[in-house]
Design a protein around this ligand. Structure first.
Ligand code: ZN
Length: 190
């Protein structure tokens, strides 16, 4: 939660407030407004991704690396983080250590969706961490009402979460910390 006592020192925070953004459990913003930063990540058809994953798993070099459903999820998201779009396959670190299969609707709040494939998105570990338990179904019109979601609904939820993650990246507290540490480094070098 942003410290309200400090908000006057953070112009960005005033802008968030003007837009109706708050960083509490009741986080809200106008998903369709002009501040929207990114459209939802393109998703490959699930059946196609499953079929290609199945073929790839026949190669010896794939064995013991990823499970087939994990590989299918990678292919479905074109090996990019669903929220920031970074290429997860460009380095060994990203491919083996920097990824997560994110529950689009958080499993703590929706335990029955823990194993639902439509609820899993490929995400870099940073976006996964920033998104945390934030619930995109609680922002704007609720799309999940107990029935499995259609692909365009999943993409809408991903778009909401992507906006949330990007706004968190603009965290004014971090910008303040960053410039203070850079100043301190500069004084150390003198
Ligand atoms: Zn990311």
């Amino acid at each position: 939660m942003y410290p309200t006592s400090a908000e006057n020192g953070f112009p960005q925070l005033r802008e968030y407030k003007r837009l109706g953004v708050t960083d509490t459990d009741g986080y809200q913003f106008r998903c369709s407004d002009s501040m929207r930063l990114k459209e939802a990540q393109h998703m490959v058809d699930k059946q196609k991704a499953d079929a290609v994953a199945h073929e790839l798993m026949r190669n010896d070099f794939m064995k013991g690396e990823w499970a087939e459903p994990t590989l299918a999820c990678w292919l479905r998201y074109e090996c990019r983080c669903a929220y920031c779009g970074c290429d997860m396959l460009q380095s060994r670190a990203g491919a083996f250590h920097g990824y997560s299969l994110d529950h689009i609707l958080p499993k703590g709040k929706y335990p029955t969706l823990e194993r639902s494939e439509w609820n899993m998105a490929l995400a870099c570990s940073l976006c996964n961490r920033i998104k945390g338990r934030w619930d995109p179904n609680n922002c704007g019109e609720p799309l999940y009402t107990g029935e499995p979601l259609k692909e365009e609904q999943v993409q809408e939820l991903i778009g909401r979460a992507s906006d949330y993650v990007k706004r968190k990246d603009l965290d004014p507290r971090f910008q303040q910390l960053q410039s203070a540490i850079r100043d301190a480094l500069g004084s150390l070098a003198k």
